[in-house]
Design a protein around this ligand. Structure first.
Ligand code: FES
Length: 215
């Protein structure tokens, strides 16, 4: 895996190269690489002036940090009492069979990491699977296949809006020509009414003139 030194240094800069922000720094690095590569920890140790062993001590203490590469999608299957009673072992077995890995391991294609947890605090929805932070309650062996297919087809590419570049000529034209007025049906009616009034007035004048001439 390629480590971009600049991105790590930017993370350190955002956290003011402050030792007290070590957890935030490690969190940002994990968000960037999905785990904590050893090279990044070296950079952090040098920048903060801390012994590398201390950085490893913090990183290994918290369960949220991973010192081994993780897959693109992290699947966590709860094995707590409530989930266990409602069939979590069967769900976990299915996950293991489908992914071909044991809990704590990552698939060869680095797509999925399988993990277990003892309670997620949502026992009413047992058994529960969490994939990339999304909770799926009342999980069954049948539902597992569909979920894995759905996530394996997910693309993480961001949609970018395509903007057509205008040439300087077309920009000038756009400035000169005012936008066309939208057709308004009420305007048409008003115009007709005004025309009718003008006609009536002119015809009255004509009749008055004729009468005066006859006299
Ligand atoms: S036992 Fe699974 S959520 Fe509590």
């Amino acid at each position: 895996m390629k480590i971009n030194e600049k991105t790590v240094k930017n993370i350190l800069k955002q956290n003011n190269h402050d030792k007290s922000n070590l957890l935030a720094i490690l969190n940002d690095i994990q968000a960037e690489y999905n785990w904590l590569p050893p090279q990044t920890l070296k950079i952090v140790a040098e920048a903060l002036g801390m012994p590398l062993i201390d950085i490893y001590g913090v990183a290994s203490f918290y369960h949220a940090f991973s010192l081994t590469p993780r897959g693109k999608h992290v699947v966590t299957c709860c094995q707590g009492t409530a989930c266990h009673v409602r069939g979590a072992p069967f769900v976990l077995k299915r996950l293991q069979d489908q992914l071909g890995v044991d809990p704590g391991c990552t698939t060869k294609d680095e797509q999925f990491t399988l993990e277990t947890v003892n309670c997620l605090g949502a026992c009413a929805l047992a058994p529960i699977i969490v994939i990339d932070g999304h909770y799926y309650g009342q999980a069954t062996v049948q539902k597992v296949d569909g979920m894995l297919i759905q996530y394996s087809q997910k693309k993480t590419t961001k949609k970018t809006k395509s903007k057509k570049k205008r040439s300087p000529k077309t920009k000038r034209r756009a400035k000169k020509t005012p936008a066309k007025k939208a057709k308004n049906p009420t305007r048409k009616l008003l115009r007709k009414k005004v025309k009718k009034k003008v006609k009536k007035k002119s015809s009255r004048k004509k009749t008055i003139r004729r009468r005066s001439k006859k006299k």
